[in-house]
Design a protein around this ligand. Structure first.
Ligand SMILES: [Mg+2]
Length: 247
């Protein structure tokens, strides 16, 4: 990790493509859509699915959404996903034509889900069921964040799962699942294999994606002004991401 203060905007996609095949991995919340008070409150701009399809076409299919959200959750907001995607922090990976890649899905064991729901209800937090995990949201009650993290950490540890921290959210997902392993899975298969990968994201969970891209000769593009990061580049906000992607 560096302090990240000196990193600047990435070269244009056109100039990156001038050096060879490029793949782009895109976080969703805080990267393609503005963050909102709750997960259902986001307002993706209209036509986003078509724009993503056009971007993927420009990259010969080497574009994927890599999100903490479940893929079906994203589809509820933007319609059928026309490009490759990894949902639930890489627990659910599929190619653009819908085929499953990697190990496939693991649903949260009932014992973990029950305890997460009880904690959320006791502490007036939002519990979000995901196809491959469960999340405690505390954006509406930030003072409960520390207790939520501590609870999720010990619960995950007890059952051999992993707690993932995000902005005002902590979630429990399969231990092997993270955005870096999702990138690595894509890079093993066509059309991603052999390309120079870049990952755009705003959150701590995106750092694993940045690192996986750096290892494969590309790099991370951090959205926002967070400091501790292994990203090579930075874009200030969601609208600058759209501009850079020429969406
Ligand atoms: Mg994000």
């Amino acid at each position: 990790m560096t302090t990240g203060t000196a990193i600047g905007a990435p070269p244009s996609i056109a100039s990156l493509l001038g050096e060879g095949p490029v793949s782009l991995f895109l976080d969703f919340d805080g990267t393609l859509v503005e963050l909102a008070p709750g997960p259902d409150d986001i307002r993706p701009r209209s036509g986003m699915a078509d724009d993503l399809a056009a971007l993927s076409q420009r990259l010969d299919g080497r574009a994927a959404i890599v999100s903490g959200r479940g893929l079906s959750d994203i589809e509820q907001h933007i319609g059928p996903l026309p490009i490759a995607g990894a949902g639930s922090h890489g627990s659910d990976i599929r190619s653009a034509d819908g085929n499953t890649l990697g190990e496939g899905a693991h649903g949260l064991p009932e014992a973990i889900e029950r305890e997460l729901r009880a904690f959320a209800s006791d502490n007036s937090l939002d519990y979000e069921h995901k196809p491959h995990g469960g999340a405690l949201h505390y954006r509406s009650k930030p003072q409960a964040g520390e207790a939520a993290h501590a609870f999720a950490e010990q619960l995950a540890h007890k059952h051999g799962w992993a707690a993932q921290s995000g902005k005002c959210v902590v979630e429990i997902v399969a231990k092997s699942a993270n955005k870096g392993s999702a990138v690595a899975t894509f890079l093993q298969v066509s059309p991603f294999a052999g390309s120079r990968p870049f990952f755009i994201g705003d959150d701590l969970t995106d750092e694993a994606g940045f690192a996986a891209c750096a290892k494969a000769g590309g790099g991370g593009i951090l959205v926002g002004d967070r400091t501790d990061t292994c990203a090579a580049y930075r874009l200030p906000d969601v609208s600058s991401v759209h501009e850079w992607l020429e969406l």
